[in-house]
Design a protein around this ligand. Structure first.
Ligand code: ADP
Ligand code: MG
Length: 173
């Protein structure tokens, strides 16, 4: 069959902020927190370790809610067990990632840097040690720190689109 002049849409057409080549982008639309948890379970299947992702979005957007689903998708924790690391700064879970019939253990680290001030306090968290070959590091408010941005190999952006509706954009670089 002649496909004529049809061209696949370029990724650059759908990304507003960044146009890094080979970046993989997925968008999920959810209508409530249960659906966001479900999106998190789906996203978990795409997070072959190592990953170091910044979770961006306003306070209350649903970043922590999304991590509940990601943790479930990795068999790392039940949604109820995943709470905000606002004060504890880091929560660690052990789970597994499966692909192509193979299963490997993963360490899931969920950080919230909202209350972290300055690179020195950040250093104390020991990000270097967390970012191992079998780790998935998810950092809320990571965009505050250039060193964290530099380390990231992707991001997840959660945006409110009115009421309980959310748009979740996963970008893997
Ligand atoms: P963040 O970590 O981004 O500050 P949380 O996940 O802690 O946000 O809180 C999100 C709040 O918004 C929760 O109270 C949740 O019930 C509510 N909410 C309403 N609709 C949604 C949705 N579609 N996705 C995620 N959370 C939602
Ligand atoms: Mg949060």
């Amino acid at each position: 069959m002649d496909t004529g002049d049809f061209q696949m849409p370029k990724i650059a057409d759908v990304t507003a902020e960044k146009t890094i080549e080979n970046e993989e982008i997925r968008v999920f639309e959810t209508a409530g927190s249960e659906e966001t948890i479900e999106a998190g379970r789906a996203i978990a299947k795409l997070l072959a370790p190592p990953k170091f992702l910044i979770l961006r979005g306003d306070l209350g957007a649903g970043k922590t809610t999304l991590v509940k689903g990601i943790a479930e998708g990795l068999d790392a924790a039940e949604a109820e067990e995943v709470t905000s690391p606002t004060f504890t700064l880091i929560h660690e879970y052990e789970g597994e990632f499966s692909a192509d019939g193979k299963t490997a253990p993963v360490k899931l680290y969920h950080l919230d840097l909202y209350r972290v001030d300055g690179e020195r306090q950040l250093d104390a968290l020991g990000l270097d040690e967390l970012a191992g070959p079998d780790s998935i590091v998810l950092v809320e408010w990571g965009e505050k720190f250039p060193t964290v941005v530099k380390r990231a190999n992707g991001e997840i952006v959660v945006t409110s689109t009115g009421g309980d509706a959310r748009k979740i954009t996963l970008k893997l670089g």
